[in-house]
Design a protein around this ligand. Structure first.
Ligand code: GLU
Ligand code: MG
Length: 462
C-alpha cells in the first residue's frame, strides 16, 4: 500500500508553489494547465490561476474518476472500477515539471499525479504506475533512459477533411521549405520550454512531420509526449492549420507512430552495448529486450490502443507489424539501434516501433518497463535476429524462424493483455479491467465501420 501524503509533504508542496506562483505572476502567466492522460489516450485538463497554485499543490484540484472510462468520442463506459458518476479524485500538479507554454502566451503547464481524497495515489493513476516501475528497476540497480518519437500530420486550414500542408516529396527539403516558418516556431517554442530536440524532419506521408527529443527518465519521457504534442498543436493552430497525432490520418496512407526508445543502465554503463550477446547486448540488456518482445501482443492493448491503431499497424509501412527483432530493421516491431562504431556505449538502445500516440504514454512506459524487467530478471534470451522485411518471406519461412504477425485487431490484443500475468501484476486489476472495458467500448463504437469512417471519426481526437 502506498503511503498517504503527510502534513509535511503538503507543507513542502505549498512552499514550492508559493515560489512558483510568484514567478509565474511576474512572468505574466494567468493560468496553469494541470493535465493527465485518460485510458483512451486523450490528455484532459483542469486549470488554476497562479493565486490558486498553493492550494492546488498542497491539496490537489478536484476531478472525477469517471475520466478513466471515457472513450475517444467522450462517451463513457462502465467497468468494475471506473465509469460511475460517484467519487472524487485530486490532481496534484508536479511543480518539478512546471513549464511556461511558449506557444500559449499567459499559460503554464504541469502534469498531474492523481490521488484519492485520503491522499493515497489512485490505482488508475498511470503516472504513478510508470514511476513505480522505474523505482522497481532502480531497486535492482538499473535505470532506464527513454524517449518517444512524435509523428504528426498537418492539415492546411481548420476543416475536418485532411488536406496535407507542406507539399513535396517524402523527407523532401521542399516540405521543410514549405513550412519553414512553422517548423522554426515549433523549434523555438520547444527550446524556450527547455525541451532538448534532437531532430525534426518531414516524414513519409504528405503533411507528416516528426520531432525526436533527447532520452530522459521514463516518467519524464512520458511527460514530454504531453508537452511536445500540445506545443505542436498550439503552434499549428497559430499558423491557421490543424495537427493530428492519430495513428491513421488517411485510410490508405502511412500512419503516425509513437516509437519508444529505451536503454537500460547500471552504474553508468549502457547494458545495450559492450556485452557478449547479439550485437553487443549484455545479458541484462538482452533479457530486457526479450521480455518486451515476448509480451508485444499484450503490450499492444496499451501501446496501440485504438481501433485506428490496427489500420496503421500493417506490414511494409515501417510500423513493425511482426513480432520479431533485428538490428536497424524498421519492419521489426523491436528494432535494436546500435549507433555508430565509437558511440555505441552511449547510443545503443531498443526501439519499440509497433506503438502509436493514441497510447497513454505513462501506461505504456509502465507496461514496457514491467515487461523488460521481467525478461531481465528471468534471464530470457532473444531468438535469432531478423534482417529483412518479414512480409517478404513466405509463411513457411516465417514459421521456421518463429516470426508471428502481431495482433491484427484491437480485440485480439485485449485478449492477450487480459491473459498476461506480468502486465496484470504491474498494472493491477483496476487498470487491467478498465483498459479492457474502454477498448471493448471503442470496438463496439466502431463495429461495422469502414476504415474510412474509423479514420474520419478518430482523426481529430488525438
Ligand atoms: N510512420 C511510421 C509509423 O507509423 C514510422 C516511420 C519511421 O520509421 O519513422 O510508425
Ligand atoms: Mg518517423
Amino acid at each position: 500500500m502506498p503511503e498517504p501524503l503527510t502534513d509535511s509533504d503538503r507543507a513542502r508542496r505549498a512552499e514550492q508553489a508559493r515560489t512558483a506562483a510568484a514567478r509565474l505572476t511576474a512572468d505574466g502567466v494567468d493560468g496553469v494547465a494541470v493535465t493527465w492522460v485518460d485510458t483512451s489516450g486523450i490528455t484532459r485538463v483542469k486549470a488554476v490561476p497562479p493565486a490558486r497554485l498553493e492550494q492546488a499543490a498542497a491539496w490537489g484540484v478536484g476531478a472525477s474518476p469517471v475520466f478513466d472510462a471515457f472513450l475517444l468520442d467522450d462517451s463513457i463506459v462502465s467497468g468494475r472500477y471506473a465509469g460511475g458518476p460517484v467519487g472524487d479524485l485530486r490532481l496534484y500538479p508536479d511543480l518539478g515539471r512546471l513549464t511556461r507554454l511558449a506557444a500559449l502566451p499567459g499559460w503554464a503547464w504541469a502534469p498531474a499525479d492523481r490521488y484519492d481524497q485520503d491522499g493515497v495515489p489512485h490505482p488508475l493513476d498511470a503516472r504513478a504506475l510508470a514511476r513505480r516501475e522505474a523505482e522497481r528497476l532502480a531497486g535492482s540497480g538499473c535505470t532506464v533512459r527513454a524517449a518517444f518519437e512524435i509523428e504528426w500530420c498537418v492539415s492546411a486550414g481548420t476543416g475536418d477533411d485532411f488536406v496535407p500542408a507542406g507539399q513535396g516529396p517524402a523527407y523532401g527539403m521542399a516540405r521543410l521549405t514549405g513550412l519553414a516558418g512553422y517548423l522554426r516556431e515549433v523549434l523555438t517554442a520547444l527550446a524556450a520550454q527547455g525541451v532538448a530536440v534532437e531532430q525534426v524532419h518531414p516524414e513519409y506521408a504528405a503533411g507528416q512531420y516528426e520531432v525526436s527529443t533527447a532520452a530522459t527518465d521514463p516518467v519524464g519521457a512520458a511527460d514530454l509526449v504531453v508537452l511536445v504534442r500540445e506545443t505542436v498543436r498550439a503552434v499549428t493552430a497559430r499558423h491557421g492549420m490543424r495537427a493530428t497525432f492519430a495513428p491513421k490520418v488517411l485510410a490508405g496512407g502511412v500512419g503516425n507512430g509513437g516509437h519508444v526508445h529505451l536503454s537500460l543502465w547500471r552504474d553508468g554503463v549502457n547494458l545495450m552495448s559492450g556485452g557478449p550477446g547479439p550485437y553487443g547486448l549484455t545479458p541484462d540488456g538482452e533479457g530486457f529486450a526479450a521480455g518486451i518482445l515476448e509480451r508485444l501482443p499484450a503490450l499492444l492493448a496499451v501501446g496501440a490502443p485504438a481501433v485506428a491503431s490496427y489500420l496503421r499497424l500493417v506490414p511494409s509501412h515501417w510500423a513493425g507489424a511482426f513480432a520479431c527483432w533485428g538490428r536497424e530493421n524498421r519492419e521489426a516491431a523491436l528494432r535494436l539501434v546500435t549507433g555508430s562504431a565509437g558511440e555505441r556505449s552511449r547510443a545503443a538502445n531498443l526501439e519499440v516501433k509497433c506503438v502509436d500516440l493514441a497510447a497513454n504514454p505513462y501506461l505504456l512506459v509502465a507496461a514496457v518497463l514491467a515487461a523488460g524487467r521481467h525478461g531481465a530478471g528471468a534471464g530470457l534470451r532473444l531468438p535469432e535476429p531478423v534482417e529483412t522485411d518479414p512480409a517478404g518471406m513466405d509463411e513457411e519461412t516465417r514459421r521456421k524462424q518463429g516470426i508471428t504477425a502481431l495482433p491484427g485487431s484491437l480485440a485480439e490484443a485485449v485478449v492477450a493483455f487480459e491473459a498476461d500475468p506480468v502486465l496484470g501484476e504491474a498494472l493491477g486489476p483496476e487498470v487491467v479491467d478498465t483498459v479492457a472495458t474502454v477498448r471493448r467500448g471503442e470496438l463496439a463504437l466502431f463495429e461495422g465501420a469502414s476504415a474510412e469512417e474509423v479514420v474520419a471519426r478518430s482523426r481529430w481526437r488525438y
